[in-house]
Every structure is written in C-alpha cells, then in structure tokens.
Design a protein around this ligand. Structure first.
Ligand code: GAF
Length: 389
C-alpha cells in the first residue's frame, strides 16, 4: 500500500478526528547542515539549509482551552490536554512531548504578559525522515509553535520562535541541543544556505550557486548513544572554555588555543581544536559559497569531515567510507562530509547537478552499511523556513 501524499494524510486525519475543516495550514522544514558541526552550543557559526521535507500542521482554534492533537504518522494516535494548567509529560508517546513541551514554554512566555495559551484542534504529519539527523523534531516544534502563535495572533519573531522551540527541547523533552536546528527551521530561505551566528542569532543568507545540487545520503548506520555522547562532547567543550577562561570556545582562536594548551588533557585539546578550526572553516565556506568557489568549498568540507573523525571523534567507519566514495565521485567541484550530530546518520554532498547520477551510481555500486543495507539518497532543494502552507 502506498502512503497518501502528506497534505491528504493531514487533511483526512483532521476531518476524521476533529470533524469539519481546518482554518490554518502551517509547514516547517527539516534541515541539512553544510558545515559547522557542534559549533552551535559553543556560541559559534553554522551553515545549514532548510530542505524541502517538512512537518505539516492543520489547525483550528478551540474556545475551551483544550489542545487536541492527532498524529497521522503515528497510526492516528491522539493526545489531548488542557493549555490552561501545568502541562505534564506524556508517559508513553515521545512525539506528544514535543507538542506538550511547546505549549509548556509558551505558557511560561505568555504568563509574563498575563496571557493564557488558547486551545486548538491540530492534525500533524511529516516527511522529514525520522531518526536520520535531519531535524524532524525541530521541524515539529517550530511548526506547532508557529501554528499556536498564528492562531492567537502573538506575532512571535522567527528567532524568538527558534529560542522557544529550543527551550522546549532542552527543558521539557530533555535533549541538550544547540540552537541550529530550530533557527534554520524558523528562518531558512529558499535557494539559500544560512550563515548563523549562534551567539547573536544574526543570519546571512548565502545563495547556492545555480546548477548545484544538495544531496543527502543516509549511511543506514543508526545513530547510537546519541544523547550520552553528545552531552559528553558538550561537557568537554565547556571544560576547555573554562580552561581558556572564556565564556565559550567561540572566543578562542587557533594561536590562543595552541599557546594555552599546557594543562589541558590531550582529548579535551582535540575536542577544542575541532571547534576552533570548524568555526573558521564555516566562515570560510560561507565566503567560498557566496563566490561560487566550489573547489575551496570542497576542500573545507573535506577538512571538516577529517576534523570530526580525528579530533571530535563523532564519525563511524562506514560513514567515513561513504564520504570517501562521494568525494571521489564528485571530483574537485564541490564536496562531501558527515552532517549532523554524528555517530552514524547522514552525509551531505554539494555538487553540480549534472554529476548527481554518477554519484548515485557509485554509491549504489560501492557502499553497503555494516548490516548489508544500501544507502538511501535524497536529492533536496534549499527551502524556506516556517510559514503558511
Ligand atoms: C544536533 C543538535 F541538535 C544541534 O544543535 C547541533 O549541535 C548538531 O547536532 C551538531 O552540529 O543536530
């Protein structure tokens, strides 16, 4: 049986569960990060683009303060709770806690203004691959936040929505992520990557050169130990920043890193070196992309991958093989690297569209995951951030 198109799944679920028609449609995209990995929680720079895979929400306001949500992708699972009382965690449905977390942070935000969160009927589905590191959860949070904000006429600015969505993830869901995923889902621009300063939240849209393809390849290595290893990297970065006497590793350059290395253990030093060099590579990559200098971009993406493999130690041997195959298939005009939190998951490749078939053929012929599975390839377009659908 084939899955009906996204819009139909959401519309059907809405009508079956809530009856009648929605009054608002909202979409929020997933993302792929071109370069700048683990730099966001070090107050540094990232260069992601939003992708044409999204979470879609159909909504209608309610006057009784109830939020009733149907998840069309979860066999029509239903969640219902009051928006006017403290929001408890859902004991058994992880998806529901992203929605509940958004309501909880919105309650706290609006309490300062003496305003309550209004109720709504929602139907939700998405086509961002789940568990692949492409930010399906950030897109869900941002989509729900924008929906509630729009229904209630709150007029939240995009970076403010990103911060609230991150707070939902940090304080309610319990994942200590940085701000990148929520920022790009909120602020992405069609046809562009976004250079984000994760300290100031200033952004600069960098056009992708015409004729370039953004290709995401899933290694089919499931991301293991993501939370514990991610949090360990965070702690190591914080320890290194404390050693250098700065608020975040963003505030250290390579010369300072080298000059102050005494007293820092070798592992923490390498973690810090990844962040310091990755911040510079990200700024350089934004320049290279803006100039259409695909050779330079390819060199920087390769250096980023090597640094993630050797200094930050977040790649996987199968992902390293996949990146090597992609780099050799792409040639000098463009590049490839692991993307996202790491420990499995996806690689990203930027290359001339004309070379995509050759890349796909090489991956199909030469790559298998440790379990024997072939890679999954998605050819994507850089999409816009959250908005009306
Ligand atoms: C995950 C996190 F959610 C992001 O905040 C970021 O740290 C990323 O890993 C690594 O760059 O996607």
């Amino acid at each position: 049986m084939t899955t009906p198109p996204l819009h139909h799944r959401v519309a059907d679920a809405f009508t079956q569960v809530h009856g009648g028609e929605p009054t608002l449609w909202v979409r929020a995209p997933g993302r792929v990060n071109l370069i700048g990995e683990h730099t966001d929680y070090n107050a540094g720079f990232v260069l992601p683009c939003a992708i044409d895979r999204q979470t879609l929400v159909a909504a209608r306001p309610r006057s009784d303060g109830q939020l009733r949500v149907v998840a069309a992708d979860m066999a029509g699972a239903l969640d219902a709770f009051s928006t006017q009382a403290p929001v408890p965690h859902h004991a058994s449905a992880p998806w529901a806690n992203y929605v509940r977390g958004v309501v909880a942070v919105l309650q706290a935000e609006l309490a300062a203004r003496g305003v309550a969160v209004q109720g709504a009927d929602l139907a939700i589905a998405g086509d961002v691959p789940q568990g692949a590191g492409l930010s399906s959860s950030a897109s869900l949070e941002v989509a729900v936040l924008h929906t509630l904000s729009t229904l209630q006429g709150l007029g939240l600015a995009r970076p403010a929505m990103a911060l609230l969505a991150q707070r939902a993830e940090n304080s309610f869901v319990g994942c200590q992520c940085g701000i990148m995923d929520q920022m790009i889902s909120a602020c992405g621009e069609p046809g562009h990557a976004l250079l984000i300063d994760c300290r100031s939240l200033e952004t600069r849209a960098v056009p992708l050169p015409s004729g370039m393809a953004v290709v995401i390849v899933h290694s089919r290595v499931q991301r293991g130990l993501v939370d514990s290893a991610y949090n360990e990297r965070r702690r190591q970065c914080e320890a290194a920043a404390a050693h250098y006497g700065v608020p975040a590793l963003r505030d250290v350059n390579l010369a300072q890193l080298q000059a102050g290395a005494a007293g820092l253990d070798a592992t923490t030093y390498r973690r810090a070196r990844h962040i310091v060099t990755e911040n510079q590579r990200t700024l350089d990559a934004a320049e290279a992309l803006a100039k259409g200098d695909l050779r330079r971009l390819g060199v920087l993406m390769a250096a980023s991958h090597d640094s993630m493999r050797d200094d930050f130690e977040i790649t996987h041997p199968a992902v390293d093989r996949l990146v090597a195959i992609a780099q050799s298939a792409i040639g000098p005009e463009g590049g490839a690297r692991m993307t996202g939190g790491g420990f499995g998951g996806c690689i990203v490749a930027l290359l001339p569209q004309a070379r995509v078939p050759a890349l796909q053929a090489r991956i199909a012929a030469e790559y298998r995951a440790p379990g024997g599975e072939p890679a999954t390839v998605w050819v994507c377009e850089a999409a816009g951030g959250v908005g009306a659908a």
